[in-house]
Design a binder for this molecule. Sequence first.
Ligand code: GLN
Length: 251
Amino acid sequence: MYKLTICHLYPDLMNLYGDRGNIITLSKRCEWRNIDVETVTVSLNEEFDYEKYDIIFIGGGQDFEQTIIQDDLMRGKRQRIIDAAEEGKVILGICGGFQLLGKYYKTQSGSEIECVGALDLWTCSSEARLTGNLVFECDFLKSQTTDGYVVGFENHSGKTYLGEGVKPLGKVIKGFGNNGDDGFEGAVYKNTYGTYAHGSLLPKNPALADHLITLALLNKYPEFQGLDPLDDKLENLARTSVIKRVLADKS
Ligand code: GLN
C-alpha cells in the first residue's frame, strides 16, 4: 500500500480562509484511493526533519505572524526548507506562506522580513490590498477534461515579483495575482508551488490536488503508474460555477 506523509508547517499561525482545507483535500483524495496518509504538524521551536515528509504545506497569515515565523526559520528550518525544495519534495505555500518561500518581504511598516529563499522571488507591500476572487490558467493542468483554470480568493498587500529561477504558476484571467501588473500568478520551482489563492484552493481545484499527489507518489515510488480517477462531479461543479460567476462580474 502506498503511503504519504504530509507536514503542515505552522498550522497555528498560518491558516487563513480555510487553508487547512488543502490538507483535508490531499488526505481525502488519497484515502479514497486507498493511499495511506499521515499528517504531522510542525510549528515554532519544533523539529522539522523534512526527509520524513512527502508533501510540505504552509498556509497564509498576517504580517505579524510572518514576523514571528521569520525568527524560527532563521534558527534552522530555513536551510531545511531550501534542501527540501532542492531535493524535489512537493511543497505548497499559500499567500503569506508563498511569500515566506521567497527571499524577503518588505511590509507596510517598512520592516523587512527575511524569508527562506527557496524560491527566486521577493515581495514588497503596497498601500492598496489586492483582494477578491482570482481565476488563473495553468497550462500544465490542461487536459481533454479540464480547461486548466484554477479558482481561489486573494487578500494580500504584498506584491510579489519573480526572478529568473522560477516560472509563474499561471496567467491571471481575473483578479490581481502576484502583483496586479505583470499578469502572473504564483510560482513553480522543481516541485515547489506557491500561489496567492486561498479559498481554500484544492477542494475546488481537484486537478491541481491530484497533480501534487502524483508528484509526491512518483518521488517515493518510481514505479507508480498514475492515480485512479475519482468521481469529481461535485468538485468540478463547484469550480465551474464559481469561475462562471467570477468571470461574469464586471467589477
Ligand atoms: N500578510 C501578507 C500580505 O498581506 C499575506 C496575507 C495572506 O496570507 N493572506 O501580503
